[in-house]
Ligand binder design. Structure first.
Ligand SMILES: CC(C)(COP(=O)(O)OP(=O)(O)OC[C@H]1O[C@@H](n2cnc3c(N)ncnc32)[C@H](O)[C@@H]1OP(=O)(O)O)[C@@H](O)C(=O)NCCC(=O)NCCS
Length: 180
């Protein structure tokens, strides 16, 4: 499979919203209350993603999509987004805000490509430290361990009225940890 990683443009917003919601519904089933997952709507999220893409430079963020060729064109199958960390307890440069891939493409190396794109962006911003938050029950934590993250911070997130433990995976120096 030939996967191309490129920066997102505004017309990608609907594909990104669909991947975001559809992947949430599968990855967080049994973790986040089902009523909350059922209430998520792709159409509600499209304008938010359009605004997020328009505001990337202003917010010092970047957003990447993974795209494959299909018989009648191209299909976006995953995305990642990074920007400054706003964690109040500890000064950290970058936060990988989101990384989502359609389930049928998991464990084929696409997560690594999308992760590395954000790392390259952070290195270009001269960032050293990085954090990623993941729900403790989400197996994505194992992906972050593979990428060299150290579970270092804890916080609680509330979704659909349920309090969930989140782990902050930390990278001390991406400039030396990654040679991309
Ligand atoms: C987490 C996610 C981005 C990983 O992407 P991916 O394309 O599957 O990852 P890769 O194929 O590049 O995997 C790299 C390594 O991590 C491992 N890995 C990836 N996901 C894993 C998981 N869920 N559990 C255990 N190991 C995992 C792979 O086996 C691989 O290990 P290897 O190098 O020994 O073969 C993807 O599974 C996903 O979109 N998950 C659902 C959404 C989500 O939870 N996002 C994170 C929100 S915090």
């Amino acid at each position: 499979m030939n996967v191309k990683i490129r920066k997102a443009i505004v017309s990608d917003a609907s594909a990104i919203a669909a991947i975001n919601i559809n992947t949430w519904k599968i990855a967080y089933k049994g973790i986040i209350p089902q009523s909350h997952l059922d209430s998520l709507s792709i159409n509600d999220k499209i304008p938010r993603w359009e605004k997020a893409i328009n505001d990337l430079t202003e917010n010092k963020k970047d957003l990447y999509v993974a795209e494959i060729s299909i018989f009648n064109g191209k299909e976006i199958i995953g995305f990642s987004m990074g920007g400054p960390s706003h964690f109040e307890d500890y000064k950290i440069d970058g936060d990988l805000h989101a990384i989502y891939i359609l389930p049928k493409y998991w464990k084929q190396g696409i997560g690594t490509l999308l992760f590395n794109s954000v790392i390259k962006f952070f290195i270009s911003m001269n960032y050293k430290t990085m954090i990623i938050w993941a729900l403790k029950e989400n197996s994505a934590g194992d992906f972050y361990l593979k990428m060299g993250g150290i579970p270092k911070f804890n916080k609680t997130l509330t979704y659909g009225g349920k309090e969930l433990d989140a782990l902050g995976f930390f990278w001390e120096n991406i400039q030396t940890q990654f040679k991309l």
